[in-house]
Design a protein around this ligand. Structure first.
Ligand code: ADP
Ligand code: MG
Length: 729
């Protein structure tokens, strides 16, 4: 018997829902309890220090050492009061997760006695020996030092007994080695560019904030079963497994009542998130069996992203306590939906206006249209850059692979808004408008709030949809750090807004009235970016053909997509836009390519091991049972009758040999292809080799393994099956 699998199944049957106690029925009683937020600061810092920190949070400028000392003292006192014994700089290297190195508060005092210490110096900056984080060649191992520096805009928090200080991670020579640094730069860039454009409409605007509301999809599988699946443990997805007879055909999982063990997990996840000041709000079942979703109320983008990173971590930890493993991979199971992370994005002003919400009068609606049209144009011009930020080894199983969303970037606007843009194109011209024409146009624009009210036709197939008061970037993968997507989106829009302003100002200079200048440029942009606008079915083959005709790109190759980071227009956005230096950008491309290579390499190894060490021996053992059976029949019935009596088993023996031989040969071929790829020095060539020569063999090998799964005695099959992974909870 396949011991591990059956042991796991037995363990599963013995599991009970874990007891979870709500700290209070009022979430406000414990919300943010583990966060060094403004309320706490008021209690633990003097008035001057508190204002200095607030000022730094607003301006994004670092705070000076003296102030840091006082903040550190207050932070330490608060943290110790809440059970913390250690502190760490918490940062986001270019890997799939966050990094932390814990140090105790312990130190020697003046006379050699033991004290608790946490100085401003330690709060503000640290130098972790970070030689093994990816740097794309920026940081040679012999000068391994990088440093982490406090991001004052994101509050410190406590996890377990550790005080965590969100930081950026930078090489000794000053280059960004993380996701946070470019995100902060992009947020600052879009702030500046948007404020400048807002001046056309409202002189009081002095800050524009980028917001992010993420929707995190994930799978839960029973922890014991997970441990019996080396592919899940090592790669995050199943590399084999025959489809379950029932999966999502009946659509009975989506929004259905939540299974009890899962419900308890979700409850505790919410409590822990709320204590950490993460405003999670929505939980529900997703489309695939054992797939779920968690979403917060949106927040400022940098904070929201920290919170998403933190939540992914908390999820993994809590899931274990509830006897589950959480799968954040984009495509853990073949044949059922994969997981994404919709990034809901908007811009709001410090005067309280959402720039993607139509206003109450023609002027504010003109502002709305300005931001809408510039965003669409930015997406049009940067479709390749946006894709580069989200297409990777795991998300490639979703994008362009017959499920949400396609690899073609397009924007959905809905019929009414589309008609409004057409209207502008029709009514506006390069000529001076008559007062009557102007009134007509303004009247039309004034009607936007009404038309949007019933703009409910939400298109779920669009990778970048306008959904009433925000854009929803749906192509982001569930395991991603949202910062990659949010960096390029905010940077692209910043660049576009700057260009828009230059063009409008040039017309005004020439004597065109401001309103007309704005309309003329909007008209031009609507026409220019028309190709990106698509309200139809994004999954259809017709759209692929149509998109090609429109000249939109449809890149499904991961290395090819990564290279678009350094295409001329991308450089304009990122390098000229001050988001990444040339060197940082090139390093990032190198890191992404390397990550791709390593992930496919690991998958290939795991697949090879499982095929040869788990599947083939099992198939052969079963085949031997059949052979014994056939031999026995021959003994009993003699040569003449046994042929007929054992006919099906003789075929089966042959069939098993066919599959086993194919698997053995193909795995060997795959190992050889890997050897060839590994010899390539150039990371880009290596990535293409892995994609074109190694990766395609996965499914060929899998096909034969999955066939064997259908043949071999269930009692002997070593790996938990899809029905067990997807339906046991
Ligand atoms: P769905 O898209 O599934 O209908 P919701 O309407 O619940 O989901 O919203 C999803 C996410 O969008 C939530 O995080 C929500 O806070 C966020 N969101 C709502 N309005 C905005 C906005 N103006 N800007 C950014 N995010 C927003
Ligand atoms: Mg959504």
């Amino acid at each position: 018997m396949a011991t591990l699998r059956f042991q796991a199944l037995k363990e599963f049957l013995e599991k009970k829902p874990v007891e979870v106690k709500l700290p209070s029925t009022k979430v406000s009683d414990y919300y943010g309890k583990l966060v060094f937020n403004e309320d706490v600061m008021k209690r633990f810092l003097s008035k001057d220090i508190y204002s200095a920190v607030l000022e730094a949070m607003k301006s994004g400028e670092p705070i000076d050492r003296k102030i840091a000392n006082s903040v550190a003292a207050g932070m330490k006192a608060w943290a110790m009061e809440n059970g913390a014994t250690h502190y760490t700089h918490w940062f986001q290297p270019l890997t799939d997760g966050t990094a932390e190195k814990h140090d105790g508060f312990i130190d020697y005092g003046q006379d050699g006695e033991i004290i608790e210490d946490f100085s401003g110096k330690l709060l503000a900056q640290q130098e972790p020996d970070a030689s093994s984080f990816p740097s794309g060649g920026i940081r040679q191992t012999f000068e391994a030092r990088g440093y982490t520096a406090w991001d004052v805009s994101s509050p410190a928090f406590i996890v377990g007994t550790t005080l965590c200080v969100p930081t950026v991670f930078i090489s000794y020579t000053g280059e960004a080695l993380d996701y946070k640094t470019p995100l902060l730069r992009a947020i600052a860039a879009v702030d500046k560019a948007a404020v400048d454009v807002c001046q056309y409409f409202d002189k009081n605007v002095s800050k524009v904030t980028a917001n992010l509301g993420w929707e995190q999809e994930y799978f839960l599988v029973d922890l014991s079963l997970y441990h019996a699946r080396p592919d899940l443990m090592l790669t995050g997805r199943t590399l084999m497994g025959h489809t379950s007879a029932k999966n999502q055909q009946l659509e009975d999982h989506y929004f259905a009542s939540i299974p009890e063990r899962v419900y308890r997990f979700m409850m505790e996840l919410e409590v822990e998130s709320h204590k950490l000041g993460i405003p999670v709000k929505t939980r529900h079942n997703e489309v695939a069996p054992n797939q779920f979703e968690l979403a917060p109320i949106y927040e400022e983008a940098n904070l929201a992203n920290d919170h998403n990173q933190l939540v992914m971590d908390v999820m993994k930890r809590l899931a274990t306590q509830h006897g589950f493993a959480v799968l954040l991979h984009e495509k853990p199971f073949k044949g059922v939906n994969g997981s994404g992370k919709h990034n809901n994005w908007s811009l709001t002003t410090d005067t309280g206006v959402n720039l993607f919400s139509p206003g109450k009068n023609p002027k504010s609606n003109m502002q709305f249209l300005t931001f809408l049209v510039n965003t669409i144009t930015a997406v049009y011009k940067n479709q390749n850059l946006l894709r580069a930020a989200i297409l990777n080894a795991s998300n490639t199983h979703r994008l362009g692979a017959n499920e949400a969303p396609p690899a073609i970037v397009s924007t959905f606007l809905g019929t009414q808004l589309s008609a409004m843009l057409d209207n502008i194109v029709e009514k506006v011209s390069d000529q001076k408008m008559t007062p009557e024409e102007k009134t007509n146009l303004k009247l039309g624009i004034g009607r936007i709030p009404e038309i949007l009210l019933d703009n409910t036709d939400r298109n779920r197939t669009s990778p970048f949809a306008f959904t009433g008061n925000r854009f929803e970037f749906r192509a982001v993968g569930s395991s991603a750090n949202c910062a990659a997507a949010m960096t390029v989106l905010n940077a692209s829009v910043a660049t576009q807004l700057r260009e828009f302003k230059v063009e409008v100002d040039a017309l005004i200079e020439k004597g065109v009235k401001k309103d007309e200048a704005i309309f003329q440029i909007l008209r031009k942009l609507i026409l220019e970016s028309k190709a990106i606008h698509f309200d139809g079915d994004g999954y259809s083959d017709a759209w692929k053909a149509e998109a090609a005709k429109r000249g939109l790109s449809n890149i499904t190759s991961v290395p090819e997509s990564i290279h678009k980071y350094t295409a001329p227009h991308s450089k304009k956005v990122l390098v000229e836009g001050g988001i990444l230096t040339e060197k940082e950008l090139e390093a990032r491309v190198e890191v992404e390519l390397e990550k791709y290579v390593k992930k496919v390499q690991i998958e290939a190894r795991v697949l090879g091991d499982l095929a040869i060490n788990h599947i083939v021996p099992t198939a052969v053992a079963y085949q031997n049972i059949l052979i014994d059976n056939v031999k026995g029949l021959k003994d009993i019935f003699g040569d003449k009758d046994y042929q007929e009596l054992a006919g099906d088993r003789l075929n089966l023996i042959r069939e098993i040999s066919g599959h086993v031989t194919f698997i053995k040969n193909k795995v060997e071929e795959m190992v050889n292809a890997r050897k060839v790829a590994n010899k390539l020095e150039d990371m880009s060539e290596k990535a293409f080799a892995y994609e074109q020569k190694v990766f395609p063999m996965f499914d060929e090998i899998r096909y034969h393994i999955d066939k064997l799964e259908l043949i071999v005695d269930n009692e002997m099959w070593p790996l938990p099956k899809y029905r067990e992974l997807l339906f046991m909870r």
